[in-house]
Design a protein around this ligand. Structure first.
Ligand SMILES: N[C@@H](CCC(=O)N[C@@H](CS)C(=O)NCC(=O)O)C(=O)O
Length: 195
């Protein structure tokens, strides 16, 4: 059996919860920035990040860390095809924005003001703007027309950006439309962090 450790708000966790809609698993929700949650987290993933997967077989546990590796592991377990190289690149781009926004979110929670004249913020802002424009173009070109894993990852990112008000998506019309078109899927509403 599979246990997925995470939080309802993490876009990295949500992508797997959506993708796992038809695969039996237990979701273990933790408050990863609070003491009790961190005490559990450290026993599941030494890197103290979510998601982490526990696969329990014949009484033995195997832990897998990192959404990308968890996806690969589960794909192999279930005989699903590997991602194509362009799809791997889509994930790299989505994760680049995700990571930049996670870091900036953590800084804002640490009362650090986002001064875009400062190198760190300048770099993140450039990356986020550049990648979102690229992804908007890819959506326009129909690259995310199928509801596959990269599309689920993109949706989870955009919905998290909206939920946390992390970035103004004005003008990125293809991304906004993509978000709207997929927002009512059952596995999407079932994993909505606002609930
Ligand atoms: N590359 C990792 C990134 C996971 C990640 O950054 N998760 C965030 C939550 S959205 C986290 O656990 N952050 C905890 C921390 O940075 O201390 C993955 O794909 O799983």
């Amino acid at each position: 059996m599979y246990k997925l450790y995470g939080s309802t708000t993490s876009p990295y966790v949500r992508r797997l919860r959506i993708w796992l809609a038809n695969i039996e698993h237990e979701f273990v929700n933790m408050q990863i920035y609070e003491k009790a949650g961190r005490e559990i987290l450290i026993t599941k993933n030494p890197a103290m990040k979510v998601p982490a997967l526990e696969h329990i077989q014949d009484g033995k546990s195997l832990f897998i860390y990192d959404s990308r590796v968890i996806f690969r592991y589960l794909s192999e377990q279930h005989g699903f095809p590997a991602l194509s190289w362009p799809q791997e690149n889509q994930l790299t781009l989505i994760d680049a924005v995700n990571d930049s926004l996670v870091q900036m979110f953590q800084l804002s929670q640490s009362d650090v003001v986002a001064d875009t004249d400062k190198l760190f913020f300048k770099l993140q802002k450039e990356r986020v703007n550049n990648v979102l424009a690229e992804l908007d173009g890819q959506v326009q070109d129909g690259e995310f027309a199928n509801w596959n894993y990269p599309a689920i990852c993109l949706f989870s990112l955009i919905d998290w950006v909206e939920f946390r008000s992390l970035h103004n998506l004005k003008g990125l019309n293809a991304l906004l439309e993509f978000h709207q078109e997929n927002a009512q899927r059952i596995e999407v509403t079932a994993t909505d962090p606002r609930m």
